[in-house]
Design a protein around this ligand. Structure first.
Ligand SMILES: [Zn+2]
Ligand SMILES: [Zn+2]
Length: 538
């Protein structure tokens, strides 16, 4: 079978893999590229498939860097099923709509700018309507249940413990009469992460796609991290100041609510106002509450004991802009949790503008900060940050807490990998910045002696090259030598092509008016087939 790495290859963004088995084509993840103009251009690039030719999309989890281009494919004609867990579907409903809203707003802004410059208007990658339409394609499946996708391809979703509904995919394909197993780790969760279960151990595979976001890092322990947070909150309380936490709307926000709840239940901090200033985070928290079957035992025990692990005595949701603005008028000490997680956009920027210059304020960075983002620059210790066209001095206390990650660290990844017990395993290291993926790849080779590779973006590869067909001895002579068959075929092809070209030229001369000749589609198909053959022959 043929695979092509369409994203998450030597980068953490735009996760997608194209798989082809005969005429069957499907994707594992369909992520949007984020993080700078150059990367984001890839969202518009011509794909090596036609969306209507894809049979299905297997989706590991709802994060936009894994799901964000699904509405674009639906807009282009994809009519297959998006197979994922129910919680992933629920989260995608709010996240894809949110993403569409951002696309529409950005386009509107760009179009206004272009108009003023006398240039053409732009179109969004997809609209709210496309996002809504795409939700019709989603088909939820349960964890740990075998699902037959089509003849010779089946899948099983296992809990990846990364965000609500996240999954590791086990995919079985029949190749040359043999069954082969592919495993996609998706994004793997941190073992100490609350609320969710740990990543499910998998025992074998022929080929494994392994994420490597933190492939060269060790997280601080959860316990130490919570202690640090506790100290920061106490300090802010003493100063009657605020703690601002930029957090991803899904998982990080709920993790922080859960942790603050634990601190209050243990009476380590008093009940203080905690603002959740992100409509997406509020919706996500509601979805968490509806999918408590995904929770780990500890969280379920809390629920059984009558506690609400995702509620706080003074939890204040700010949905509207007015509610968001009102937070700044509250002079009491408290905690503001707002999105986006990398401080690149969203309401967090208003809170940073309001607090970065204040010596008493505390900014707590808890998530991954990609290179070039506002969040990364704050972590790197810049003296000023430009927000809303204004230069803001960075005087607040900046803290980076390493233990709140939703991703397994190097130790976690290797621990999970250690369950694979077939020495023939090939590991494809993906979803990591280039040097990190390469480092982890080498470490895996040294430690486990598995074959490893780190694919490039748009790299194509054949898996399980077909075995040479055996010809029974008595029939061997009847088969003409390959060279002879080919030369005859070439002659036929050349003759047909010359004839066709002549006829087409005549047709074009004769029928100037006909805008869409009936044979154009057929020609496109022939061209498509030839290109496919061309790429298969490498
Ligand atoms: Zn993720
Ligand atoms: Zn990811």
């Amino acid at each position: 079978m043929r695979v092509e790495f369409l994203g998450g290859a030597r980068s953490v963004t735009g996760s997608a893999t194209l798989l082809e088995k005969g005429s069957l084509k499907w994707l594992v993840d369909c992520g949007m590229f984020q993080g700078g103009k150059e990367l984001e251009e890839r969202n518009w690039s011509v794909q090596p498939y036609r969306s209507q030719d894809l049979s299905f999309i297997l989706l590991t989890h709802a994060h936009i860097d894994h799901s964000g281009l699904i509405p674009k494919l639906v807009k282009e004609g994809f009519r297959g099923k998006v197979i994922c867990t129910k919680a992933t579907r629920d989260l995608c409903e709010v996240m894809l709509k949110d993403s569409a809203h951002i696309q529409e707003m950005d386009t509107e802004w760009q179009s206004r700018k272009n108009k003023r410059a006398g240039e053409k208007e732009t179109v969004p990658l997809y609209t709210m309507k496309d996002a809504e339409n795409s939700l019709q394609c989603f088909q939820p499946v349960r964890y740990d249940e075998m699902f037959q996708l089509t003849d010779g391809v089946k899948v099983r979703f296992q809990d990846a413990g990364h965000i609500l509904g996240s999954a590791i995919l086990e995919v079985w394909v029949e190749e040359g009469g043999q069954e082969k197993k592919l495993v996609f780790s998706g994004d793997l969760g941190d073992f100490e992460q609350p609320i969710l279960r740990n990543p499910t151990p998998i025992k074998n595979a022929d080929v494994l796609w392994l994420e490597s976001t933190y492939g060269n890092r060790l997280h601080k322990s959860r316990e130490k991290t919570v202690q640090e947070l506790l100290k920061i909150i106490q300090e802010a309380l003493d100063l009657q100041a605020k703690v601002v936490i930029p957090a991803f709307a899904v998982e990080r926000t709920q993790d922080i609510i859960y942790t603050l709840g634990q601190l209050i239940r243990k009476r380590l901090i008093p009940s203080i106002p905690v603002y959740i200033d992100s409509p997406l985070a509020i919706s996500a928290t509601e979805i968490f509450k509806k999918n408590s079957d995904c929770f780990d035992q500890e969280t379920r025990d809390l629920l059984l004991g009558g506690e609400s692990p995702l509620d706080l005595p003074q939890l204040i949701y700010a949905r509207s802009t007015e509610e968001s603005k009102a937070i700044n008028e509250d002079s009491r000490p408290g905690i503001i949790i707002s999105a986006g997680g990398m401080c690149e956009a969203g309401r967090i920027q208003h809170h940073l503008k309001h607090h970065l210059w204040r010596k008493d304020s505390h900014i707590v960075i808890i998530g991954y900060q990609a290179a070039g983002t506002v969040g990364r620059r704050i972590v790197d210790g810049v003296k000023t940050i430009r927000l809303f066209g204004e230069e803001i001095a960075v005087k607040a206390h900046i803290h980076t807490l390493g233990g709140f990650s939703a991703h397994a660290d190097q130790k976690g990844l290797l621990e999970w990998l250690s369950h694979f017990n077939n020495p023939q395993l090939e590991v494809i290291v993906n979803h990591g910045e280039e040097n990190i993926s390469l480092e982890l790849s080498q470490l895996i080779r040294q430690q486990f002696h598995f074959k490893t590779t780190v694919p490039q973006w748009r790299e194509k590869r054949f898996l399980f090259a077909p075995e040479k067909k055996m010809i029974p001895e008595e029939r061997a002579e009847e088969v003409p030598p390959a060279g002879e068959t080919l030369s005859t075929l070439f002659k036929h092809l050349e003759r047909s092509y010359t004839r066709l070209r002549r006829k087409l030229k005549r047709e074009i001369r004769m029928s100037k008016e006909s805008r869409e000749p009936r044979w154009l589609k057929q020609l496109e198909e022939i061209n498509h087939k030839l290109e496919k053959l061309d790429s298969e022959l490498l």
